[in-house]
Design a protein around this ligand. Structure first.
Ligand code: AMP
Ligand code: TRP
Length: 330
């Protein structure tokens, strides 16, 4: 265990894959919690760039996605003095330990993992081995830092469970090295819905991006799908209301509900109100991001320093694994 592990301070770890523009689902389900938890936890947050390679196959694109995600986190208030913020690919131990855990992972466990299962169910015959073993790399991402808690969206719960299973399996097979992590899924943000009422996701094209331009943001919010209840008629709480409720206080929520129930408020007006709320919520972060964009050297330095710190823990865990498995002979 790292010496920086304070008394009773719980360690949290989480990662986000750089695959596209950050949206409200990523923000509420993951990024905001990661940033908030830096206050009273020992916090490891990383950019899961190796995971992106299962789908991203273009150098300039990957580089852009990595920088974007680093900017997003720093703009949202991730404090590199409080959190260890780094890139997965800077830590070779992630890929090294993946092999070790691969050798303990039963194929059926991976056949049941949802990313692979979904792709297979769609009849995709070209699923790459990286997609198949994705949960093993993710298990290593987690286990190598021995965190107490892994804050993720609901869709990642299965992966954290796989990490727990593999930790137990390693410990029983070779001797105690890994800690069993707990997933932490904030209730209010378990599944954030998108502009069409389904789960918000890049792959459904129903996202509201938190750092989109004003024009783009307006387009996304105005594009929310509504039913055809006429302006005069009372309205039931809908997608607009749901999205509004993520950011509004109790009074504001009650006000919108009242207007819905009274009738006379059109969906266009409700969308405008939501747009204002989102704009107001993210304004300071967007300003901060603009500033950071002009200082990419700072951003790269933060990641480099983060990697140095992360590597202290990663290499200590690797040494334990090498010792227990018999790979180190001295
Ligand atoms: P992804 O964009 O799928 O790579 O997800 C990145 C992180 O955001 C993961 O921790 C997800 O669980 C979380 N996340 C993504 N979409 C949503 C959503 N619609 N609701 C809640 N959390 C989400
Ligand atoms: N698979 C996660 C996602 O798609 C990203 C991720 C990779 C992760 N490694 C992790 C999350 C370790 C938490 C812990 O969002």
């Amino acid at each position: 265990m790292s010496t920086s592990h304070h008394n009773k301070t719980k360690r949290i770890l989480s990662g986000v894959k750089p695959t596209g523009k950050a949206h409200i689902g990523n923000y509420l389900g993951a990024m905001r919690n990661h940033v908030n938890m830096q206050q009273d936890h020992e916090n490891f947050i990383f950019i899961a760039d190796l995971h992106s390679l299962t789908t991203v196959k273009n150098k300039a694109e990957l580089q852009g996605l990595i920088i974007d995600l680093a900017l997003d986190y720093l703009a949202l208030g991730l404090d590199p003095k409080k959190a260890v913020f780094f890139r997965q690919s800077d830590i070779p131990e992630h890929t090294e330990l993946t092999w070790i855990l691969n050798c303990l992972t039963p194929m059926p466990m991976l056949e049941n993992a949802h990313a692979y299962k979904d792709a297979a169910a769609k009849g995709n015959k070209e699923i790459n081995a990286g997609t198949f073993t994705y949960p093993v790399l993710m298990a290593v991402d987690i286990l190598i830092y021995k965190p107490d808690i892994v804050p993720v969206g609901k869709d990642q719960k299965q992966h954290v469970e796989i990490a727990r299973d593999l930790a137990g399996k390693f410990n029983r097979t070779f001797g105690e090295v890994f800690k069993l992590p707990e997933p932490y899924i904030p209730k209010e943000a378990a599944v954030v819905i998108g502009t069409d009422g389904q789960k918000m996701s890049k792959s459904y094209g129903n996202t509201i991006e938190i750092f989109a331009s004003d024009k783009e943001l307006k387009k996304q919010v105005m594009g929310i799908i509504t039913d055809s209840t006429p302006i005069e008629a009372p309205k039931a709480p809908d997608t607009i209301y749901q999205l509004y409720s993520y950011f509004a206080n109790e009074q504001e929520k009650a006000d919108l509900l009242e207007k819905y129930q009274a009738g006379g408020m059109g969906y266009g007006d409700a969308k405008k109100q939501l747009l204002e709320k989102i704009t107001e919520t993210f304004k300071p972060y967007r300003q901060e991001r603009e500033k950071l964009k002009n200082d990419l050297k700072y951003v790269m330095d933060v990641l480099k320093t983060g990697a140095e710190k992360a590597r202290e823990t990663a290499s200590a865990t690797k040494a334990e694994v090498w010792d227990k498995t018999g790979l180190s002979i001295s």
